[in-house]
Design a protein around this ligand. Structure first.
Ligand SMILES: [Fe+2]
Length: 435
């Protein structure tokens, strides 16, 4: 399974944003990736903790490869790559872009070292800026959409840098701290009861209407008939998920999909990823270190199987992606994104029971929808066509972004997707029900 990224194409052949705007965004983007890695030791940047995760050094190089391969290499007739072997080493899954190194072995690549990767980044950053500012306007305009794709691509990898470092650090018995939190831990209070927001039956528009940037998998906008439904006003908390555990939720096969319960037994799951029981008390490993489980925070790092079993135990279900997207039209696209530097989902402090809270940011929300093409979807020709379409089997859709996502990366129509057993992303639960 190849899930370190998802391929995109712009809504327009030419860039949606003018070159000056892209230049600003590009410069800020490149700096932010390096900022995310600034607190890491060189050794942290090399290790691959599991095949799904990649070393930080690889993310820094691969995002540079993307700009080098799809912009510089294509735009300049006699372009000389920074290093002759990097096209092989840092291609992820683009078969049409040439041979590539084995994904599961990325952690074995100790050379080039981090300093050479930083030199590679600087070379690519400088070359792209030079391209945007000095080249012929017509030539530049041909590549604006690819630069915009490259920006969104690197934002996806910034999220993966955080989730992959978290997974790596979780394997260390010393519980390394990625980021020092100044926040106090909350007392053991519980969230206010869930309330529900109802939506009438009818035809709802789903998918991107082509305005601004979108990935190809969000298009085209189309009609969906929805029965009357209700969606929960907030995310499920750690406290509520703890009740599921204490009611033997992980032991009751009747609550689980067959594949899910097989996973529970094979992996001996008894709690979400990163929950750890010490001296009969639940703790949580976070990017700010090991801390006491906060019952008010949204539960995170659950698989689709766990989200689905929890919903069944509660007597409800997960929303479909069309329900989620239709409901999201009632709130603004804002929330606890990576810019807050919490690097962790936040408890709901001002619970507004009449409206939908935490729809964006905090945790990706599992939907009950399989990741499938929308009506009219076509895989585009060329390597960029490999971004999304070829992964449309065996995965479920998640919505809303997380505390590791960039605010400028998210839209109501954004479709993330992961296999149902994946737990290392910031993934949580919002309930829905038929009315
Ligand atoms: Fe990628």
């Amino acid at each position: 399974m190849l899930i370190e990224e998802k391929m995109i194409t712009s809504t327009k052949k030419r860039g949606s944003l003018p070159a000056e705007d892209l230049l600003k965004r590009f410069s800020a983007l490149r700096k932010f990736s390096e900022e995310l890695c600034a607190a890491l030791e060189p050794e942290d940047c090399v290790v691959q903790s599991m095949p799904d995760a990649s070393p930080a050094k690889w993310h820094l190089a691969h995002t540079s490869w993307f700009f080098e391969r799809f912009i510089l290499y294509e735009a300049y007739k006699n372009y000389k790559p920074f290093h002759k072997d990097f096209f092989f080493l840092y291609n992820s899954y683009y078969i049409q872009a040439g041979d590539r190194f084995t994904r599961a072995d990325r952690g074995l690549i100790t050379r080039p070292g981090i300093n050479e990767i930083i030199n590679y980044r600087n070379y690519v950053t400088g070359s792209v800026i030079n391209f945007l500012t000095t080249e012929d306007e017509e030539l530049v305009s041909e590549f604006l959409s690819f630069i915009e794709i490259g920006i969104h691509h690197e934002q996806q990898h910034q999220e993966l840098i955080l989730t992959d470092i978290k997974h790596l650090f979780s394997k260390n018995p010393l519980y390394p701290v990625y980021y020092e939190s100044k926040k106090d831990e909350s007392p053991d209070k519980k969230a206010a009861p869930l309330s529900w927001k109802e939506f009438d039956e009818g035809i709802y528009l789903t998918g991107n209407n082509g305005e601004g940037f979108s990935y190809d998998n969000e298009r085209m906008q189309h009609k969906q008939y929805l029965n009357k439904f209700a969606i929960a006003n907030r995310l499920i908390t750690n406290g509520e998920f703890l009740e599921f555990i204490e009611d033997d939720g992980y032991k009751r096969a009747e609550l689980w999909l067959s594949d899910g319960f097989a996973k529970v037994e094979a992996e001996r799951w008894n709690a979400p990823l990163y929950w750890e029981k010490i001296d009969n008390r639940w703790n949580l490993f976070t990017l700010t270190g090991l801390k006491k489980l906060n019952l008010m925070e949204p539960v995170s790092h659950v698989s689709y199987y766990e989200a689905d079993a929890f919903a069944r135990w509660k007597g409800f279900r997960l929303p479909s992606e069309a329900e989620w997207e239709s409901a999201s039209n009632t709130v603004e696209v804002k929330g606890n994104f990576v810019e807050t530097k919490n690097f962790h989902p936040a408890e709901l402090r001002a619970d507004d029971s009449n409206n939908l809270n935490q729809m964006f940011g905090d945790v990706w929300e599992w939907t009950q929808s399989a990741y499938l093409p929308y009506p009219g979807f076509k895989i585009l020709p060329g390597a960029v066509g490999e971004y999304n379409g070829k992964f449309m089997s065996g995965q479920m859709v998640l919505r809303g972004g997380s505390c590791a996502s960039s605010a400028s990366h998210l839209r109501r129509t954004y479709r993330n997707f992961f296999p149902p057993e994946a737990r290392w992303q910031f993934s949580g639960i919002r309930l829905a029900k038929d009315v």
